[in-house]
Design a protein around this ligand. Structure first.
Ligand code: MN
Length: 312
């Protein structure tokens, strides 16, 4: 197992910024988990800039340390975790980009490597789900987001960052008995948005629900719905309040704290996590790396959940 660069010999701020200063994929014979970037933001409806997120999150991840006390696990000792680099995609053609991501994600997972992907805008969740469902069949989905992302089209276009989960349901790649949004809030176009979403099969735990019920009750309800199904977790960083994640494309007031999000993720220990993404960090709107630091910790928790699963 090749671990991160030893920070007692090389200071954390020195050297190349791979995720958590882990080795690159080409430096190991086999990777159990690869953190990969998808620098793509052609699907955004408001502020662009998430194409710069993989680099910013890697930079912010320099401070991650190898032991996770909240989950009592040293993920990089238990699994070979690597930085899988970036999936380079066509920024001028969304359809081609989706094909490229699907193919690259399938290739990366061919010998059992699991992916924690750093977006990119939320469009990328669709090809990532397509690739993961080809291995595991229809998956349960936990979707952390301020928004539903189940709209039909924007300006007539079916593939955008606001539509991936409607497309995924249409594809039959989600287990619609176990798909939930967590942290939604903010104004919608109309009540029909919620009716359409419910018809697709989604359950909703709003940001207000999380605040009123608390983390433990929220986790219990989510776990019950997921059961033993293979689970994909997609985290739009705008699920956090703009105070905790200002650097994002479509901010909404009244969001979760980063503490709540991390605690809910830790509550998923033991579930059959098969893949995850963290999307919609837009570094140009960030301040003091608040958003990139939050995203790096979310990714670290997701990697740690995968490591715990392997240890069982
Ligand atoms: Mn989203």
């Amino acid at each position: 197992m090749i671990g991160p660069v030893d920070s007692s010999r090389v200071p954390r701020y020195a050297g190349p910024a791979t995720f958590a200063r882990l080795p690159r994929l080409d430096q190991v014979a086999h990777a159990d988990v690869a953190v990969v970037g998808v620098p793509f933001d052609t699907g955004v409806s408001y502020r662009p800039g998430a194409r710069f997120a993989p680099a910013a999150v890697r930079e912010a991840s320099r401070l991650l340390r190898p032991y996770h006390p909240g989950l009592d696990v040293s993920p990089f000792e238990r699994l070979q975790v690597v930085d899988g680099g970036d999936i380079a995609v066509n920024p001028f053609h969304i359809g081609e980009a989706i094909e490229t991501i699907d193919q690259a994600a399938s290739d990366l997972q061919a010998d059992g490597t699991r992916l924690v992907t750093i977006g990119g805008d939320h469009t990328i969740a669709l090809p990532l789900l397509r690739a993961v469902s080809r291995i595991h069949g229809p998956v349960a989905l936990l979707h952390f987001d301020a928004h539903l992302d189940t709209w039909d089209t924007y300006f007539g276009e079916p593939y955008t960052h606001g539509t991936p989960f409607r497309r995924a349901v249409e594809d039959g790649i989600l287990d619609t008995e176990a798909i939930s949004h967590v942290g939604t809030r903010g104004p919608l176009y109309g009540k029909k948005d919620l009716e359409d979403d419910r018809r697709l099969g989604f359950g909703i735990v709003t940001s207000s629900d999380v605040m009123r019920r608390g983390v433990d009750e929220t986790v219990d309800a989510l776990r019950q719905r997921i059961g033993s199904r293979p689970l994909y977790v997609s985290v739009d960083i705008d699920v956090l309040d703009p105070a905790h994640a200002p650097g994002t494309g479509t901010p909404e007031a009244g969001g979760m704290t980063s503490r709540e999000l991390l605690e809910i993720l830790r509550g998923l220990r033991g579930l059959d996590l098969v893949g995850a993404d963290v999307v919609e960090v837009a570094p140009a709107y960030d301040h003091a790396d608040i958003t990139s630091v939050a995203a790096s910790h979310v990714a670290y928790d997701l990697v740690s959940l995968l490591a715990l699963k392997e240890g069982q």
